[in-house]
Structure formats: structure tokens, C-alpha cells
Design a binder for this molecule. Sequence first.
Ligand SMILES: Cc1ncc(COP(=O)(O)O)c(C=O)c1O
Length: 372
Amino acid sequence: MLDPNITYLNHGSFGARVSEVFEYQQSLKRELELSPINFLDRQRYRIDEARNCISSFLGAEVEGFGFVDNATTGVGCVVQSIQIEPEDEILTTNLVYNGIRQLLTRIASDACCSYRELQVQFPLQSQNELLQLITDAISNKTKLLVVDHVASASAIVFPVKEIAKICKERGILLLVDGAHAPGMLDLHIDSIGADWYVGNLHKWICAPLSAGFVYTSEPHRDTTHPMTISHWYKQGITNEFNWQGTKDITPWLAAAKAVEWGSKIGWSRIQQHNHAFAVWMQKTLVATWNVEPLSPLDGSMLGSMVTVPLPATLPNEMEACLAYRDYLYENYQIEVPIFELQGRGVVRLSGQLYSREEHLKRLISAVCDYSA
Ligand SMILES: Cc1ncc(COP(=O)(O)O)c(C=O)c1O
């Protein structure tokens, strides 16, 4: 549904909607308004149908699967459900999404426990290097490790299955923040072996906004609760997550339609296409701008997004980067995130079915105008 006049290279932030899914959601909204009690009360089984569809698509046991509005809320549910003592440590990395950083520091401050970010420096050579850094950073105090499946700013894919194995061996709780992973990666949540896995459906599955989920592994199902405690408190994860107060549930129901839309094309085809496009964008920009990539050019640490350093003549401080992002939008109708990462101005690019080589060429040409 994107405006064709905009060069849209930022699928990652808020996804984009497919018209057939949007129309389906509108029809659900109409149904809801025609008979609100019937839709929201008697027909609550429709949430279960959507839950079955999405959990099976993501390879997650349906008994542990609950819808939430977004990944931020999902992470909030998990961290507020864990008993954390003052002697404990919450560990994450410096690549953590800033909203989640705020949440974790608040939880740590409430529990009077320590909060630590392991420092990951670029360039990275391999997922093994990342795994080693994380393994070395875990301490005897670490109670909870929070890692991204696909890190937001850097677009790096973490080896979550291997991390989960280490956490099991060391008796550490693992929460994987998979905000970007559903639809981008070939996901089998159960086989990862994390204690919790949180994700968004409104990014790479192209579901309506406000569709996210929390997956809880079996041992934690009695103690994990939604942020909003309501009628069904302690009556099972399914009941609790299905009713989080009165709300519009059409994004959850229409998410199943988005899965169906992708299945018609083939999710693995979509994923392979988008990955190949991201890898091509990285190679092209690294060669054109003569910059050092953050990760190997073979794309082994990438999904469908890539973050590339800007040429040195471009802004490299956060405020100036954000101003440059707006400049590109206003003057060239190019929508692309530009920000500072470890002292460098960078651009994060997303590959999606609507992406075209021409889009990247427009960006290169605009950057060239600015540098000239
Ligand atoms: C790793 C990560 N976690 C959490 C979020 C927050 O997602 P939402 O705003 O949908 O809650 C994002 C958003 O991009 C993200 O990249």
C-alpha cells in the first residue's frame, strides 16, 4: 500500500501493509462494530484460531503462545514476570533496542539488581565471534540474558540457538527479542530452546500494526503474565493473554491472513529474495562508498536488512544524522533510517518484495549530490 512516489527503504521500522490484508482487517472491524458483544465475547474462539495459525507458522507450541500488541509489550510481560533478586544481574548487549534498554534498566532499578551491556564492536567476522563474546560475558550473577534475534540498529542476526544452549548449560534464563525475525527468518521457535521468545507480526509478516506475541516455554507458563492483569489471572496463559481488557483484536485476527498471503507466494521465496537483496545492497554500497562493512559481505550475519557506514563526509552525530534522514525525505522522497552507531553515521536498508535496484541507485545519487 506504500506511496509509489516514495523510495521506501525502511520496511524494518513499521513494516508495510498488503492491501488484501488491510481490506480483510477493515471487514473484521465492520463486523465488530455491527455486533460488538458477539464479536468480542461469544466469538473469542477466533483469537484461538488465529493463535493456532500463527504459532504453527512460527514453530511454537500453541499452549505457550499469547498475542500482545507489540514486542515492547511482550518483553515487558516477560521481565515483569521474573522474580529478580538484588544479587542478580540482567545481561544484554550494547546492540539492544533502546526502548528495551529503558525497560531493562527500569526493571533492574526496581529490583535493585545490576544491569550490564556486553560491548560488541564492529566489524564482526562471524556469528561464532558473537557467541564467544556472549559466552565470555556471562557471570555467576547473571540471572537473565536478553538478546535480539535480529538487532535493530546494526541488523546483525544473533546465533540464538547456540546462545540458548549455553544458557541452559549455565542455568541462565534466556529471553530472545525477535521483533524483526518472524517473516524475515525461517523460524522454528521451539527448536531454539529459549525460555521466552517475543516477536512482532507487523514488521516482516506485514500484519496490521499492533500484532505481536510472547512465546513462553513450558516451565514458565504458570508464572508468565500479560502486562495487564485482568479477569483470567492465573487461569492459564491462553486465557490471560486472550483477554487483556477491551481492545481491538482485529490486528491479531488479520495477522493470520497475512501469513496466508505470504504462503501463497512462498515464505522461503520471500525470505531468500529479501536476503539476497540486502546482501546486494551491502556489496554495492561498500564498493561505491569505499567503506568497511559491519559484517561479512557474504551476508552470513544478515537477514533482510543491512546497516552500512556512510561516507566520512556525511553526518556522524545523532542529531545531524536524523536531520539528514529528514533532508533525504523532504528533498528526494527517500525514506531510510540514518543514525549514529559507535561514532559513525550509518544507514540501515531493508529489502522487501517491493524493493528495486533503482531505489538504491536513487539513494546513492542523493548521497553523491550532498557530498559534492
Ligand atoms: C530488537 C527490537 N526490539 C523491540 C522493538 C520494538 O518493537 P515495537 O515498537 O513493535 O514494540 C524493535 C523495533 O524495531 C526492535 O528492533
